[in-house]
Design a protein around this ligand. Sequence first.
Ligand code: ADP
Ligand code: MG
Ligand code: ZN
Length: 487
Amino acid sequence: MSTVDRDRPNPSTDPAWEIVIGLEVHCELRTATKLFCGCRNSFGEEPNTSVCPVCLGLPGSLPVLNRTAVDYAMRIGTALHCRVQPSQFHRKNYFYPDMPKDYQISQYDVPINADGWLDLPDGGRIGIIRAHLEEDTGKTTHVGGGGRIHDAAHSLVDYNRAGVPLVEIVSAPDIRSAEEARAYVDELRAILVATGASDGKMEEGSLRVDANVSVRPAGSTDFGTRCEIKNMNSLRSLGRAIEYEAARQMALISEGGTVAQETRHWDEGGGRTGSMRSKEEAYDYRYFPEPDLVPLEPSEDWVAAVATSLPRLPADRRAAVAEASGLPAGSDAVATVVRLGLDHLVDAVVSAAGPPDAPSVAVRRLANEVAADPEAAASLDPASFARLVGMEAGGALTAAQARTVLKAIMDRGGEPEAIASELGFEAMDVSDLEAVVEEIISAHPDEWSRFEAGEDKLTGFFIGKVKAATDGKADLKAASSILRNRR
Ligand code: ADP
Ligand code: MG
Ligand code: ZN
């Protein structure tokens, strides 16, 4: 049962505190085979069918590095503006049944990618400390009880995942709220998918997020003691876990206590974090260089080829849409268009070279009507969309009429001009519109003289009359310019 403790400070609104968050994201690479052997890298197969002496850690077996995994890791590092550098594999020693070798081959003091950053849609920049290569562990399932080891009757282990290539992306402690943490993961996922290195599926465990959370009094520059939270498997639980943990730490400190540095487990059903173990230190792992693998030194040509083969990334695409439309790159509309992959429709409007504000009209229609119906959006014909937007931006259709025609095109296809005339949306002649405006002015002399004297808010009054008098067929932008010129 989930409970809400009303005495706890609310971390998202309490101005006396600041939350500090650093995220560690494990990303499974979508290679055909595992990192150090030729076993299939696939999800959802019969347990223990994709295993061999190497990934089972049998004596005498030797790892052979997967070239594609290295390529993908470099793609990720480059997309995150990291320095791609010569690196070295290390053994990280610990015992756990899901890791048959009793050590994980990872990277330690010299990771393949270091010192980059990620730009959030709202303009914030989050530092990336490192993005290193390592192998995944197998997967244990605790049977009976609540699914955790403590109350389980027995445990099952599946080694299909053991040895699957991972890139672990470690952010700087630059994130300041649960919402920003979600935005970071969302953007990171979009980047990972764009590089082709990952399918980004959080629900299948391709993307797993650990959150380091600490709190400090607002204005302080020292960091507080952090806890690392594990086991969040959706963006929603990531946000909830951070809010819960921050509130817990604030309450603890307010009562004169201190936060113990530890690893905590997120309990989705209970809506709380619980202590799992005290934090390991690096020396607990007895890191030493992996003697069976030579240092990894990608050639300059390879690093350069990776950089030139990357597609345009979401931040660049947002900048392009912003530039074309004149809307801010940080606006929700621009972010929505790029997130849903609708920017080719903006490009179509730009190439159609219609009225100057056509691209901004396009972004508005895409972020509202088109975004609301992603299925229809996928089959929307760019040329028809561009002509429709041209009609709206040029004043041949009112905004309301354009929305109706757009909906018709999305529902059943067709030419915007034909649909508009079928619906009786004939463009109103400018001289007809002028005549309507004149009539309204003479019917409301008091309002008109106040408007003439500078009472601008009366624009709305006159526009409302124009709308009513023309059954919504008038181009209201044109009507307001007639009003302005007449004054
Ligand atoms: P470790 O190797 O012990 O896990 P790191 O220094 O590599 O420690 O940091 C791991 C993660 O913890 C990083 O994402 C980092 O940004 C974050 N982090 C470090 N200090 C803090 C802090 N005081 N509060 C919140 N996050 C932190
Ligand atoms: Mg860590
Ligand atoms: Zn294998």
